[in-house]
Write a protein that binds this ligand. Structure first.
Ligand code: S3P
Length: 172
């Protein structure tokens, strides 16, 4: 089944863009963080606190594998760290068309100012975001079929650009 997969750093807009695409294509939207939170009945930050990051990463990999069993097409947003596990790479690629929502560190810092829901960003300023993006950016790029720069664009523009890319793919 060919899904639309959204990857990118925290604050890239995966959830809001995913919801928009889901509405446009009339297919369900799955957000792997939300699936994990529902199952554990706790927020991601609490899962990190109680069980640690490694346990959360294992949950992510399990949910990713389940996404591969879906019988109908969906828009699927992955947590920002999911692509960083090499064992997830083939799973991500095989799910469908992978779209990387790229953001500059300044944009992330601005969007997530005061956010307390991302355990990895607590106590870290823009330097932490820059350092993580320097490591993660090349991996996101390597995994993606299309890269969409989101800085300075609204939801409508971003969803429109993705639609264009997907339609081009469908026509070729
Ligand atoms: C993480 C991103 C978060 C969430 C967790 C770890 C990361 O998801 O999975 O806080 O390592 O980048 P979002 O990308 O949806 O914020």
């Amino acid at each position: 089944m060919k899904h639309i997969i959204l990857i990118g750093y925290m604050g890239a807009g995966k959830s809001s863009v995913g919801a928009k695409l889901s509405y446009r294509y009339k297919i369900p939207f799955e957000d792997t963080d939300k699936i994990i939170e529902r199952r554990q009945n706790m927020a991601v930050s609490e899962i990190f606190e109680r069980y640690g990051e490694d346990a959360f990463r294992k949950m992510e990999t399990d949910v990713l594998a389940e996404m591969g069993n879906r019988k109908t097409a969906a828009v699927i947003a992955l947590g920002g760290g999911t692509p960083m596990r090499p064992e997830n790479h083939e799973k991500i690629r095989s799910l469908g068309t992978v779209i990387y929502l790229r953001t500059a560190p300044e944009t992330v810092a601005e969007r997530l100012r005061g956010d307390m829901t991302r355990p990895l960003l607590r106590g870290g300023g823009i330097q932490k975001i820059e350092a993580m993006l320097a490591v993660r950016g090349p991996v996101y790029e390597m995994l993606s079929d299309y890269i969409i720069d989101t800085d300075g664009k609204d939801l409508q523009d971003i969803a429109g650009e993705i639609e264009e890319k997907i339609n081009e793919t469908a026509c070729n």
